[in-house]
Design a protein around this ligand. Structure first.
Ligand code: SF4
Length: 197
């Protein structure tokens, strides 16, 4: 477990420390995962035009990165990617949406697409920002396996301080409430180092 102090030290580490950090990360990986890797395919279901300003993200409202921007990816691309996950026996199909809050209608449409992609029981995870309890339950019922987030519930204190500049404050539920909401819907957690949202 990395405490707040250690997290700050890592963030503020100078370039000379990088080889040592990489070595320690390598030791952790080999200890827990050996030399096995699992391959996931990521489809960007909604791209760009985010209201948020996460400094690392090309989809941020402040980013000038030349990325493709669209409200919803075409069915052909989404279902084609899902078929590829099945055909290649990949570990998961991860779907990511830019933004942090969604209308119930959007979630219903996404749930419908998830139902179709679950025909072969594909493992599907989703980066979906801050869903409400109702929305998390809709996605769970549709068969979504996991909700991705780059903040872990056990890192609330660190998250609140370090990532506070990442998410703009728009009211609504807090990070902690969001984690509880998602857990209450029966999801397990996937903590990604570079996940959106
Ligand atoms: S990480 Fe997510 S919330 Fe932050 S700017 Fe990118 S898409 Fe928006």
């Amino acid at each position: 477990m990395i405490n707040r102090q250690a997290a700050l030290e890592i963030l503020n580490a100078n370039a000379d420390s990088l080889p040592n950090l990489i070595e320690q990360a390598y030791q952790l990986r080999t200890k827990y995962k050996g030399n096995r890797v699992s391959i996931q395919l990521l489809t960007n279901v909604r791209s760009g035009n985010c209201t948020q300003n996460c400094a690392y993200c090309a989809q941020s409202r402040d980013s000038a990165a030349p990325i493709e921007k669209y409200r919803y990816v075409e069915d052909k691309k989404l279902y084609g990617d899902n078929d590829l996950v099945d055909e290649m026996h990949l570990a998961r199909h991860c779907i990511g949406l830019s933004g942090i809050r969604f209308a119930d209608d959007d979630i219903e449409k996404l749930a419908e697409r998830i139902r179709k992609m679950k025909k072969n029981d594909t493992q599907i995870c989703c980066s979906i920002g801050f869903p409400t309890e109702k929305q998390a339950l809709i996605l769970k019922e549709a068969g979504l396996n996991r909700i991705n987030h780059n903040l872990k519930k056990t890192l609330f204190k660190v998250a609140d301080s370090i990532f506070a500049s990442g998410y703009l404050t728009e009211g609504g539920q807090s990070l902690e409430e969001t984690f509880r909401t998602i857990e209450a819907a029966g999801f397990t957690w996937q903590v990604e180092s570079e996940s959106s949202h």
